[in-house]
Write a protein that binds this ligand. Structure first.
Ligand code: ADP
Ligand code: FRU
Length: 375
């Protein structure tokens, strides 16, 4: 188990409970070749960097790295190139306890690669990405998964048509659960809560807005917001909410300005950034932020379900004693259903704490090389 700086923030050991339903992150993994320079180089100059390393990258893959260190059981789902860099990526996922067992393997097409330049002077990270057309995941790939294994599914906003149908597939599964609960089917009435669906709109592609109606939680990046002409977080949340599903939670992170979010009830919460003493590596700050929000909210969801079950058990045992009360209460409340709506657990306090926690985790990360102090 990798000893983790996140433990300091979380205050507990980062051991992952394997029996837990997982958080699934759907998207890209790639090879990042990271050069750290004192300052960003001039074009056509010949310079020395202060550090060079290989790192597993890609938004969904980075998010898994952080989720796992925070103590969430997680899985990465994306295509893997069966070429020379495969074992580097797989070994690293194993190191971080990330399940990648359902990833389709593609032969004869190379692995997507990024050259990243970190500037110590400005704190910037410049990414030059190349994808040799590694095929994206298909709905067919997604249908191989057992959805009951997951509590939360996070989608990178890419590969629009297929991701849209994957999100619809999860929505259908959730509707089926609700239907079975309504009709008192013994099999699913047990305790299953709907899967929370989140999406990240990061790349400046306007068509990604089509994914919003299917997301319970949406992460809107600064880059995406700016590409829509918004220059602050409140303007972004206000405008984006027009395209979102009703009752969705919207979250917008903005570098050293911290982050802002909107609850399902339309209340705005905010957190400042927590800058480290020195900015060392801002690559994947957004992926880290997203991981920390999901970790926090998913824990809140599990706690909510546990309490609701307890409450239901207590009521049931009280009801055993009094048939008259039982009849009355049953008429007024559907107490046998343990249904937890998609976002019921995201109250104002919970969201505020989640956003502040995520800014602290992301702030700590930008003060470190990579995602762990031992990297
Ligand atoms: P991205 O990697 O998508 O560009 P951002 O730059 O928006 O992500 O950063 C995400 C989060 O990381 C911010 O909300 C903030 O909490 C933290 N962060 C990023 N840059 C800094 C910084 N310079 N100082 C402190 N925190 C930062
Ligand atoms: C950071 C990152 C890198 C990767 C690039 C892909 O957010 O995921 O790890 O090279 O973005 O766009």
């Amino acid at each position: 188990m990798i000893s983790s700086f996140y433990e300091k923030i979380v205050g507990t050991s980062s051991t992952v409970a394997s029996s837990q339903q997982k958080i699934l992150c759907v998207g890209l993994t790639c090879l990042d070749i990271v050069q750290t320079c004192k300052q960003y180089p001039a074009e056509d100059s010949d310079q020395r960097s202060v550090d060079c390393r290989w790192q597993r990258g890609g938004n969904a893959s980075n998010t898994c790295t952080v989720l796992s260190q925070l103590g969430s059981s997680c899985e990465f789902f994306g295509t893997l190139s069966a070429e020379e860099h495969l074992s580097f990526l797989q070994n690293d996922m194993q190191n971080y306890n990330i399940d990648y067992s359902h990833c389709p393997m593609i032969k004869s097409i190379g692995c997507p690669t990024s050259i990243v330049i970190l500037s110590l002077r400005s704190g910037s990270r410049t990414i030059l990405h190349h994808n040799p057309n590694l095929p994206e995941l298909t709905l067919k790939n997604f249908e191989q998964l057992h959805l009951e294994d997951y509590s939360w599914i996070h989608f990178e906003g890419r590969n629009l048509t297929e991701v849209l149908s994957m999100m619809q597939c999860v929505e259908n599964y959730n509707n089926m659960l609700n239907y079975s609960q309504d009709t008192n089917s013994k099999e699913t009435k047990s305790s299953r809560a709907p899967i929370t669906i989140s999406v990240e709109l990061e790349r400046p592609r306007q068509e990604l807005l089509d994914l919003l109606p299917y997301a319970d939680v949406a992460f809107i990046s600064k880059d995406f917001a700016q590409s829509r002409g918004y220059d602050n977080m409140s303007e972004t949340l206000k405008n984006i909410s027009e395209d979102a599903k009703s009752g969705a939670t919207l979250i917008c992170a903005w570098g050293d300005r911290g982050a802002m979010a909107r609850t399902p009830d339309n209340i705005i919460v905010q957190s400042p950034a927590f800058p480290p003493q020195k900015i060392v590596d801002t690559l994947g700050a957004g992926d880290t932020f997203n991981a920390a929000v999901m970790h926090f909210l998913n824990k809140a969801k599990l706690e909510f379900i546990k309490r609701r079950k307890l409450k239901s058990c207590e009521m049931n045992s009280a009801l055993q004693k009094d048939v008259e009360i039982k009849r009355n209460i049953k008429m007024n409340y559907n107490i046998e259903s343990l249904e937890c709506s998609h976002t019921e657990f995201i109250t104002q306090n919970v969201l505020e704490a989640a956003v502040s926690f995520a800014c602290q985790v992301a702030g700590a990360k930008v003060g470190l090389k990579g995602y762990n102090k031992l990297d």
